[in-house]
Design a protein around this ligand. Sequence first.
Ligand SMILES: [Zn+2]
Length: 372
Amino acid sequence: MSEMPTLGSTEKKSPLVPVAIVASLVGTLSGTAWWLTHREARAEVPELVVAADAPVTPPAPSAEAPVAAVAVAPPVDPTNAPTPTTPLGQAVAAAPTIVPPAPRRGAGLQTVTTTIAGPLESAIVSQVGKDVGQPLTQVVNRSLVWWMKVPGDLLKGDVLTAVYEERAGQEPLVHAVRYSSRKFGKTFEAFRFQGTGDAHARFFQPDGTTLEEQLVPSPIDDYEQITSLLRDGRGHKGVDFKAPVGTPVKATFDGVITRKNWSFRGNGNSIEVEETGGQGRTALYLHLSELPKSVQPGLRVKKGQVLAQSGNSGRSFAPHLHYQLMKGSTVVDPFKSHSTSREQLPAGDRAAFEAKVASLKAQMPADAVAGN
Ligand SMILES: [Zn+2]
């Protein structure tokens, strides 16, 4: 190897690429049980291919990127987290301490720190094993996509830290994500926090803004997390909002209902709305609860009007709304077609949020790259 392309360069094919593709296909197959892998009838492209097109570089020593932080921190009771006066910062500068990747089971908060040297999943699996690492990769990926293109912007030598909790029969619950990016020369952080009056915990950045952008107008107001975006590399055609069954689903523009419950096995209870007097868009709402009798083709609807309730019907592995925009036969990204916003943590929640951040940071090693 005379040249060492970074992970972000796509032109040069490394001989490791076929290996990586096979590896990620194996991961894809074994990971399909997770709820986010549902497929709709209209989504012909297989989902969950996060790492399949990740360009790969043979791991090589790099002067500029410390590859030291490989320790898995011991489990900590989340209700009794240590104070921020005891950071676990030694991992960066000290000689590498290789801890065998023995997955730990279900004992409160755990920390994984890993240096990117290929696909994100490989980096995480190398630390915590496949059973935890594969679903953990999917959850972590949902945070990273708000900051950068995955996998295109991930570079060898970047350092990821996640604080998470294993849960029986469910994907891991991630409490904190930190990503030190060489491409952007900075460290991104997000912390899970439930504000006063919020039905769900959400990820906030250190400045108190939400990690996720909201659609304006949004097809659903009260949701837990966006679990699939068009740009997340999974070839998915819609935006998935994880939300309890029965959450109101709204029209995002004035229009006419043109179809309902087509391709029922895949889509479940579903509504198609064609926009009137606007940009000629079509909105698809899939996996709904049983539709109200009033929902019939030909019915005119107004922007903001509640159309139905979210559900878990059709090919869906957990309650969520699939919202998809089309112009003719072209899929449109709602995050480009709609306005977007980020919410700000209410001032009254700031102190509690800072305390939560401090306790989570106490679980994380010092920032290894960008010194944020
Ligand atoms: Zn979907």
